[in-house]
Design a protein around this ligand. Structure first.
Ligand code: CU
Length: 106
């Protein structure tokens, strides 16, 4: 009987615990940052790098310019071709400016 009560208590409290952890997870998620517009200038698949003529990047405090970025996933280099307009997010990862999100502008 004692075991049954304990199990009932667990079942009743579980949904509340679950809701709490979901809430905590969404609060810890990175703030949604605006994507930056760019045009692909060059793609170096061997080096895992892409050259972008990009607009201002607020989170990196960077003005518009043309520069080389490392990509986080090699597959990102298949996303777009030279001359395509793209939207991206970049972060400093281990001291290297790295593209974390890359999509072709619709
Ligand atoms: Cu730059």
């Amino acid at each position: 009987m004692k075991t049954l009560l304990l199990m009932t208590a667990l079942v009743l409290t579980h949904p509340a615990i679950h809701a709490e952890s979901l809430k905590a997870a969404s609060e810890e998620a990175a703030p949604t940052q605006a994507m930056t517009e760019a045009v692909v200038r060059k793609i170096d698949k061997d080096a895992g790098k892409i050259t972008l003529k990009h607009g201002a990047i607020p989170n990196l405090d960077m003005p518009p310019m043309t520069m080389v970025f490392r990509v986080q996933q090699p597959a990102m280099l298949e996303t777009a071709g030279v001359g395509d307009a793209v939207l991206f997010n970049a972060e400093r990862v281990n001291g290297l400016l790295t593209i974390t999100t890359l999509q072709k502008t619709p």
